[in-house]
Design a protein around this ligand. Structure first.
Ligand code: SF4
Length: 137
């Protein structure tokens, strides 16, 4: 399973993607499921970027989008429970998909340790998740 933006889908908040050649190579050789938790949670693309502030996902314009983010995480978990992926490769530092780090909620570009809400839920349920930056060539 991979973050859909890594597969080249234009599902990023700004309408772009995070196309990654290593992920595309893996996709050519394996069955891969693409998920974008923020879209699965009902958010539009493009959308206002969000960060996790004191445990609550908040958009840069101040809107609380925690419910949408957690609904998307839940949808991803349901897909993972059904499909049982061997490995989940996720976009680094995203408030949904980041595995090791995320932005700290101040919208100042400051990083903090901790996962995004989808990565966290998947790992809590025993799925092996890695940041795309940690994917070996
Ligand atoms: S939620 Fe995840 S899959 Fe969707 S655009 Fe953000 S990083 Fe990519």
């Amino acid at each position: 399973m991979v973050s859909a933006c890594l597969a080249g889908e234009n599902c990023k908040y700004d309408g772009g993607n995070n196309r990654n050649e290593k992920v595309l190579r893996l996709m050519a050789e394996n069955d891969v499921i693409r998920v974008c938790p923020e879209q699965l949670g009902g958010l539009p693309t493009p959308r206002v970027p969000s960060e996790i502030r004191e445990g609550i996902v908040t958009a840069r314009d101040g809107r609380i989008v925690d419910r949408e983010f957690r609904a998307g995480a839940q949808r991803c978990l349901e897909i993972a429970l059904r499909e049982r992926p061997d490995l989940i490769i996720l976009q680094s530092r995203s408030p949904s998909c980041g595995v090791k780090q995320r932005y700290d909620g101040t919208f100042s570009g400051t990083l903090t340790y901790g996962a995004g809400v989808t990565a966290e839920l998947l790992m809590e349920n025993g799925f092996r998740c890695i940041d795309v930056e940690d994917l070996q060539p």
